[in-house]
Write a protein that binds this ligand. Structure first.
Ligand code: ATP
Length: 228
């Protein structure tokens, strides 16, 4: 059975139709790169799966069940911006995550060390990149069935991006599904075994990454630039 199944999904914000007739299914063990121009609907799609937005029409089944308490308990979501009040320190943020039964304290501490982040640092004092590293450390420290990462590399300098990709791969559980929405296709196409392009709210491409490269003889980044 698929871990995530989306059928006939539509989302409108008032008059504006943002997602149109999305039909997708995902299995455990997949790392998926989700790419699309600005405003194509990537964040909206992830927010619907995690339950932060309701679809206008259609069905989302997570491990066979509708979005709700159970689905939230097996999805680890990295939002595209900070969700914590800035008066907090790093050590305060992880108290929230400890409510998740699958949160691994030791893993979190190792990730903080890996990114050279100290627990006593105040969120106010974090650079954009350091904030991203903290949010990623929190998300990856859960042993979830599904990881939804929205722009995990935004604000990160090129050499640190490699470090982040290494940490994503190192901390990825083979029996989970990971969907990564990003504009940094070059970086993510090296680890994503499936490629999805969203364009104006519709699926423009959904294919095995290696197959695309073999058939088209170009990188996913080049293909994206040639299509949009
Ligand atoms: N709360 C909202 N109210 C109205 N329109 C919205 C809202 N959130 C998103 N939209 C619109 O929905 C469309 C899709 O936005 P979304 O953020 O999902 O795209 P995206 O692919 O993640 O974009 P980006 O790459 O720029 O982050 C955009 O046109 C956006 O303006």
């Amino acid at each position: 059975m698929e871990i995530l199944e989306i059928s006939n999904l539509y989302k409108d914000y008032g008059k504006k139709l943002t997602l149109k007739n999305i039909n997708l299914s995902f299995n455990l063990g997949e790392i998926v790169g989700l790419y699309g121009p600005n405003g194509s609907g990537k964040t909206t799609f992830l927010k619907i799966v995690v339950g932060l937005l309701k679809p206008s029409k259609g069905k989302v089944l997570v491990d066979g069940k509708e979005v709700g308490v159970y689905s939230k308990s097996i999805i680890s979501y990295l939002p595209d911006r900070n969700i914590f009040p800035l008066w907090m320190k790093i050590k305060d943020t992880y108290k929230f995550y400890r409510d998740f039964f699958d949160f691994d304290d030791k893993k979190f501490k190792n990730l903080l060390d890996f990114f050279s982040l100290k627990e006593d640092l105040s969120l106010k004092a974090l650079s954009k990149g350091d904030m991203e590293k903290l949010l990623l450390s929190l998300s990856l420290s859960r042993k979830a069935k599904i990881y939804l990462l929205d722009e995990p590399l935004s604000g990160i300098d090129p050499s640190t991006r490699d470090k982040i990709i290494t940490s994503i791969l190192k901390n990825y559980y083979e029996e989970s599904l990971m969907i990564i929405a990003t504009h940094l296709i070059n970086e993510i196409e090296t680890i994503a075994d499936r490629t999805i392009f969203l364009y104006q709210g519709e699926i423009a491409l959904d294919e095995n990454t290696e197959k695309i490269r073999e058939q088209k003889k170009i990188s996913i980044n080049e293909l994206f630039k040639s299509m949009f």
